[in-house]
Design a protein around this ligand. Structure first.
Ligand SMILES: [Fe+2]
Length: 285
């Protein structure tokens, strides 16, 4: 009997932690990427992903205040920025408070296109359909983002100088649209530029045939969201090997980073051993 009570107590603590503590326990992670020979000087990047803004900023408010004081060279947002159309104004207002010396760049994710309810999420994770019944107002979201100066990259690229370093930043559409076009997303790719690709879902790289991409930033997996200590994630929404669910890795000679994300969908939000994160990168020669 006592063991049953201990078991119930432990289960309650774990559930309370996963539902109410860890999803709101944000961390700013620091990652250094070296060996980028095309750079003459280091550059700094703030990477945010999978914020899943709704109409209420909630516990993210204080963390965003901290992020707004960072002033990196570049800010990358790799999709699932909103969770539903009610999140558009919150997202635009919050992102407009972030500053980067050379600009903010964003790609869309499946949750930017679709408002996933519980039934849609179940169908998604059972592989019964990647889309949801209700669509978000993604056109208004994109036009609002452009109005505040965010570069929305939907199969597009931009070339710029960052501290005198020639940098290409390309971004794809999300796989859910089945409209990924690497020809357009990497249009300005050259051997002289540091070629950076933003994707929401790293699985997009399965169709990448271009050579010369140096760095890829992605999200989507949320790091698995529920991880068993020492074993890893319970679920890994990717066709790639499990190690690509989060963190810094190499994929076909490309340095890739997959964020654990800052949020999660409204109906599947608990986290365990997988804190929500923003990442401060120093990318150096
Ligand atoms: Fe997400």
């Amino acid at each position: 009997m006592i063991w049953l009570l201990i078991l119930i107590f432990l289960a309650s603590v774990i559930l309370f932690w996963a539902f109410f503590v860890e999803p709101n326990w944000f961390r700013l992670r620091r990652v250094k990427i070296t060996g980028q020979k095309k750079l003459r000087k280091p550059i700094t990047i703030l990477h945010l992903s999978d914020i899943h803004f709704t109409g209420n900023l909630g516990s993210k408010r204080g963390f965003f205040q901290r992020l707004s004081m960072l002033n990196p060279d570049l800010i990358f947002l790799t999709g699932d920025i909103i969770d539903n159309s009610e999140g558009i104004d919150t997202a635009v207002r919050t992102i407009s408070g972030l500053r980067a010396h050379y600009g903010t760049f964003l790609v869309l994710g499946n949750h930017d296109y679709y408002d996933y309810k519980t039934v849609d999420n179940i169908r998604y994770h059972l592989g019964l359909g990647k889309t949801a019944i209700n669509r978000n107002n993604v056109n208004r979201f994109c036009s609002e983002l452009k109005r505040i100066g965010v570069h929305v990259l939907i199969n597009e690229s931009m070339k710029l100088q960052v501290h005198g370093n020639p940098v290409l930043i390309g971004g794809t559409d999300d796989p859910v649209t089945q409209k990924i076009d690497f020809e357009k997303a990497l249009h300005h790719l050259s051997a002289e530029t540091l070629n950076i690709l933003l994707v929401h879902h790293l699985d997009a790289l399965l169709k990448l045939s271009h050579h010369g991409v140096d760095l890829v930033f992605a999200g989507h997996t949320h790091g698995g969201q529920i991880r068993i200590p020492f074993l890893g994630p319970l679920v890994c929404d990717s066709k790639l090997p499990r190690k690509y669910v989060a963190g810094l890795h190499t994929y076909k000679d490309i340095t890739v980073f997959v964020s654990r994300g800052m949020g999660a969908g409204r109906s599947i939000f608990p986290r365990f051993a997988c804190r929500p994160e923003a990442i401060w990168f120093e990318v150096a020669p």
